[in-house]
Each structure stands twice: as C-alpha cells, then as structure tokens.
Design a protein around this ligand. Structure first.
Ligand SMILES: [Fe+2]
Ligand SMILES: [Fe+2]
Length: 326
C-alpha cells in the first residue's frame, strides 16, 4: 500500500506495516512476527517496531546513524564484536557503517523506538510504506537515501558462539544512567522532562510534558521528528496549529519557529529525534553514546534560538483554524 496523503502529521494507524526486511534477512525466523511503522523527513526517519521473542535479524550495515530506545521487553543488539543487552528504558546507538544485528533472546515481544539519520528508506519497497511528513504542496526530497546492505550470517555466528556478557557504557545507556534534563532554553519550570542522548549526527529524547506545560517558541537548525506515545499535545507554528493525539508522527522543518502546549487532562509522553543533533550543552543531563575513539571528534550540533514570546498570543486563532483539531 502506498501512502497517498501528505501532511506534517500522520497517525500510526494510517500507516501500512513496513517490510523492512525480507524473510531471507532473518536468521531462523519467518517474517510473520515483526511489524514496523515509520515516517521520514528530509534528514531523518523514525519508527516504532515490534519484534517477537526469538526475532533474529541478519547482520547488515547502512550509512545512517541509528538511535534506539527499548520501550518494552528486551533485545540484544550486536555491533561488530560486541553484544548489548537492552531492557525496557535503555537507549543505544549504532554508528554509521558498522556491522550490526538484533536478537530477541527472550520469549516476550519487544517494542523499539528508533531514529535513523539520514532516513533509512533507501529501498523503494521500504520508502513506499513510510509516511512522508511533508505538506501537500511541499516537494518531496529528491536526494538519495542510504540503502541497507545485508551481510553474511557468519558475522553473527562467530560472535554469538562466544556468548560473552553484555558490553556496558560507550554506545549504550541503561535507564537509570540517563537523568531527566529540563532543556533550559525552551522549558520553564519542571513541566518538561526528557532523557536525552546523542551521537555524532543525531539526537534522541524520550520526554514527559505535564498537563498545562507550554514549551516556549523556539527554532533550531535541525529537523525534528516526533511521535506522541500517549496523551495529547498542541504544536504551533506562527501560522499553523496541529492537535496531536496518541500515535501521531509529526515533522517540524528546520528553522521553523514552533512551540507546544499540553491542553490534555494528563501528562503526555513523546519521543523526538533531531538531525543534526541538538546542542547537548542545552540539556542538563544529556548523555553521549560514543565509542572511546569517537569522543574526541568535534560535534556539529544545532543551536536552539528563542523566537518572540508574543507568538503565543496567536494560539486561540490558530486552534480555531486548525484542520486537525478533532
Ligand atoms: Fe540497522
Ligand atoms: Fe524543537
């Protein structure tokens, strides 16, 4: 099924299941046990993926940086010779062009939230099932997106035979190792708390925004893709308003002034990814997911800038005109 409709917002229920893999890309499994829903912008793609117990992908590489959040269950992710055991709440990065694969060694399903920068939609059959987060009158990007290259299973066999314990630190951060940050530049008070991690090309946060909390108008030189996990949230641009509901994906284009307000009765939860990465110095407790060799590489981060505060005075008018306020 091809996505016909174009908008900056698409709900997960309106996306087809994406065959990111053929059966031949799985080790000892058919593909009936996996599902993926994903969307893309200019510089990023984000996905929500379900992986049943026993799921085991083949080794592969792609020229995209991958950030993962284990939202439920558990998963081993292998990068070259190292295995990382992710449990609920853990965050991890796979650097560009490194051999990696995943294995759910439990008998329970795992849910992963992921981002890829650039977007991991190189194969036409994958791109055709991804939601394009672009306005109807906005041209779709014409650049090439990286392909996934599937590799011999011998990479996995060799490492898994070693059955070594999970590697700690570096590319992985367990739930209790990432403290809440309050993004000083955009939030006031403690109404917005996020676990913020970053790599060389992108950043990723899992956040809670309290009822009534407003993120002040700002812009940044990076694209922002977001997914509302629960609750509801209004996102405003100077001339548009979008009322997000559970399951919505949304794109905020680079350098677009935007702000948000949780008008719901309870806190909302969301995850967001940015490429290039948001400036880590703006997040109090952000955590780098870098190898020892990468730690010395200067980061090309995007700063956040304040937009005029009085933009919020437009909210009521924008909400009245909003096309998706239902
Ligand atoms: Fe991957
Ligand atoms: Fe933002």
């Amino acid at each position: 099924m091809k996505i016909e409709e174009r908008s900056l917002v698409i709900n997960i229920d309106n996306l087809p299941n994406c065959d990111t893999m053929d059966a031949k890309d799985l080790v000892n499994r058919d593909r009936s046990s996996i599902w993926t829903k994903h969307c893309y912008g200019e510089d990023l793609s984000i996905r929500v993926a379900g992986r049943e117990g026993g799921y085991h992908s083949s080794p592969h590489i792609h020229d995209s940086e991958q950030l993962n959040f284990c939202a439920d269950g558990e998963m081993w992710i292998y990068v070259e010779n190292d295995g990382y055991h992710l449990r609920k709440g853990d965050l991890m990065r796979v650097p560009r062009n490194m051999v990696h694969w995943a294995w759910n060694r439990s008998d329970k399903p795992c849910v992963l939230y992921e981002s890829h920068a650039p977007g991991n939609i190189g194969a036409p059959r994958v791109r055709d099932t991804a939601g394009p987060l672009f306005r109807a009158n906005e041209p779709l990007p014409t650049g090439r997106y990286p392909m996934v290259s599937w590799l011999s299973t011998e990479y996995a066999e060799k490492v898994e035979k070693g059955n070594r314990p999970s590697v700690e630190g570096g590319l992985v951060a367990h739930f209790d190792e990432v403290k809440d940050s309050s993004h000083a530049i955009v939030s006031e008070g403690n109404g917005f708390r996020s676990r913020f991690v970053y790599g060389l090309d992108s950043s990723f946060l899992v956040a809670t925004q309290d009822r009534g909390c407003r993120i002040r108008p700002h812009l940044h030189g990076c694209e922002q893709l977001m997914h509302l996990i629960s609750g509801e949230l209004w996102v405003f641009f100077p001339d548009e308003a979008y009322h997000l509901h559970k399951g919505d994906f949304m794109r905020v284009p680079r350098l677009t002034p935007h702000w948000s307000w949780n008008s719901g009765a309870k806190p909302c939860e969301l995850f967001e990814a940015h490429a290039p990465l948001l400036d880590p110095s703006e997040a109090e407790h952000g955590k780098a997911l870098l190898t020892g060799d990468e730690a010395a590489i200067p980061l090309k981060a995007a700063r956040t800038f304040w937009s005029p505060r009085n933009l919020v005075e437009r909210e009521s008018e924008l909400m009245r005109r909003s096309s998706n306020s239902a």
